[in-house]
Ligand binder design. Structure first.
Ligand SMILES: CC(C)(COP(=O)(O)OP(=O)(O)OC[C@H]1O[C@@H](n2cnc3c(N)ncnc32)[C@H](O)[C@@H]1OP(=O)(O)O)[C@@H](O)C(=O)NCCC(=O)NCCS
Length: 328
C-alpha cells in the first residue's frame, strides 16, 4: 500500500500524507518561515515565484512544477495549520529515496513532531520496497544531526562548498618538488577509467542527488552537440601513473550564466602528491575564462585541499553532511 492518498479528516492534528489539493500554500509558508534566510539562490527564486502562495487558490498549485516536487511526503497539522513537513524524493536508482524539507514551526518544536514525521517516511519507503534513505544536513545543525542520529541514520561524510571569483583567484606556487607527474587532457577513450577513478576517490553517496553516472566523463558526438546547445563546456585534466593508470583528475565545467565548477579527484594511494599541481593547473586555466564566480564541492576532511583552496583565495560557504539509513 502506498501512503500518499489525501487524508479524509483534514482537521485532525498529527501527521498525514500531503494533500496536493489543499496543503501546498501552507507548506510553502512553513518552508519560507523555517528556511527563508538560509535559502540558496535557487530556493530564493522559487519563493519569489511563489510569494503569492497564500493568495492563490490551493487547487491551482497542482499545476505548478515547484509544487510537484513537494507532492510526496507528510505534513503535521495543528490548530488548523501546517506546522511540520517532510518531503520524499525518488531517485533514478530503485530503492534509493531522499528526504528534504524537514521543517517544524518554531512554536511546535521538541514535541516529537519531526521524529514522528521521519518515522512515517521510513514506513512509506518500506512500503515502496525501498532500502535506503539519504539526506543532507548542514554540518553545524546539531538539532537536526541529533534527530537523524537518534533515528539510526549514519554519517557518510561532509562536502564543503567553496567559492570565489576569477578576479580574486590567486595562483598556487609550484616548484620542482611539488610539480608532480605531467598533466595532460583526458583522452576521449579514457572516460571509463575517469569514472572508475572518481568512484575510488569519492564515496558514491557524496554525489547528490544522484550517484555519478557511468558516462559522466564521456565526450562523444551527441554529448558535444548537447553541450553546444546548452552553452556548456568542460575540460578535464589528468595525471597518469608510471603504468599509465589515471591517478588524478581535475575538471572545469562552465555553463552559460552560471558559476564555473571545478572537480578534483585523487586516487587514495596518490593523495598528498597531486592536489597542488592539479589545482594549480585549473587556476591557470580559469584565469583565461569568462570572469565569473568559481565553485568547488570537496570533502571537508581533506585538510590539504582545504589549505590549498584558502591559499587560492576561496572561501568556504557551507558544509553539508550526508547521512543514510539502510532499511532491512
Ligand atoms: C530540526 C527540527 C526539524 C527538529 O524538529 P522537532 O520537531 O523539534 O524535533 P523532535 O521534537 O522530533 O526531536 C527529536 C530528537 O531530535 C533531537 N533534537 C531536536 N531538536 C533539538 C535541539 N534543539 N537540540 C538538540 N537536539 C535536538 C533530539 O535528539 C530529539 O529527541 P529528544 O527530544 O528526545 O531529545 C526543527 O528544529 C527545525 O525545523 N529546525 C529548522 C529546520 C531544519 O534545520 N531542518 C533540518 C534540515 S536537514
Amino acid at each position: 500500500m502506498i501512503v500518499t492518498a489525501p487524508s479524509q479528516d483534514q482537521s485532525k492534528n498529527g501527521p498525514r500524507a500531503i494533500n496536493m489539493n489543499t496543503d501546498i500554500p501552507g507548506i510553502l509558508r512553513l518552508l519560507e518561515l523555517v528556511f527563508g534566510a538560509s535559502l540558496d539562490a535557487d530556493g530564493q527564486r522559487m519563493f519569489a515565484h511563489t510569494a503569492n502562495a497564500a493568495q492563490s487558490p490551493a487547487i491551482l498549485w497542482r499545476l505548478s512544477p515547484a509544487a510537484a516536487k513537494l507532492s510526496l511526503g507528510f505534513v503535521w497539522e495543528a490548530d488548523g495549520r501546517i506546522v511540520g513537513n517532510v518531503t520524499v524524493l525518488t531517485t533514478e536508482m530503485p530503492g534509493r529515496f531522499l528526504v528534504v524539507n524537514v521543517a517544524v514551526h518554531p512554536d511546535y518544536r521538541r514535541q516529537n513532531i519531526a521524529r514522528l514525521l521521519m518515522k512515517q517516511v521510513e514506513n512509506l519507503v518500506q512500503q515502496r520496497g525501498g532500502n535506503q534513505i539519504l539526506l543532507q544536513v548542514v554540518k553545524q545543525n546539531n538539532a537536526a544531526v541529533d534527530l537523524y542520529k537518534s533515528l539510526n541514520y549514519s554519517t557518510i561524510g561532509s562536502m564543503t562548498n567553496w567559492s570565489t571569483s576569477i578576479s580574486r583567484l590567486r595562483r598556487l606556487d609550484l616548484n620542482l618538488e611539488n610539480a608532480g607527474p605531467p598533466i595532460r587532457e583526458l583522452k576521449r577513450h579514457e572516460w571509463r577509467e575517469a569514472y572508475r577513478l572518481d568512484r575510488l576517490a569519492l564515496h558514491d553517496d557524496l554525489h547528490w542527488p544522484e550517484h555519478l553516472k557511468p558516462d559522466a566523463y564521456k565526450t562523444g558526438f551527441w554529448a558535444s552537440v548537447g553541450n553546444l546547445l546548452n552553452g556548456r563546456q568542460t575540460e578535464t585534466w589528468v595525471t597518469g601513473s608510471a603504468q599509465n593508470k589515471l591517478v588524478g583528475l581535475a575538471k572545469i565545467s562552465t555553463e552559460w550564466g552560471r558559476s564555473h565548477e571545478m572537480t578534483l579527484r585523487v586516487h587514495p594511494s596518490w593523495q598528498g602528491r597531486l592536489e597542488r599541481p592539479l589545482l594549480a593547473k585549473l587556476i591557470r586555466r580559469l584565469q583565461n575564462m569568462p570572469r565569473r564566480n568559481v565553485q568547488i564541492e570537496h570533502p571537508d576532511d581533506d585538510e590539504l585541499v582545504n589549505a590549498l583552496l584558502q591559499e587560492a583565495n576561496f572561501q568556504p560557504r557551507r558544509t553539508l553532511t550526508h547521512m543514510r539509513l539502510d532499511l532491512k
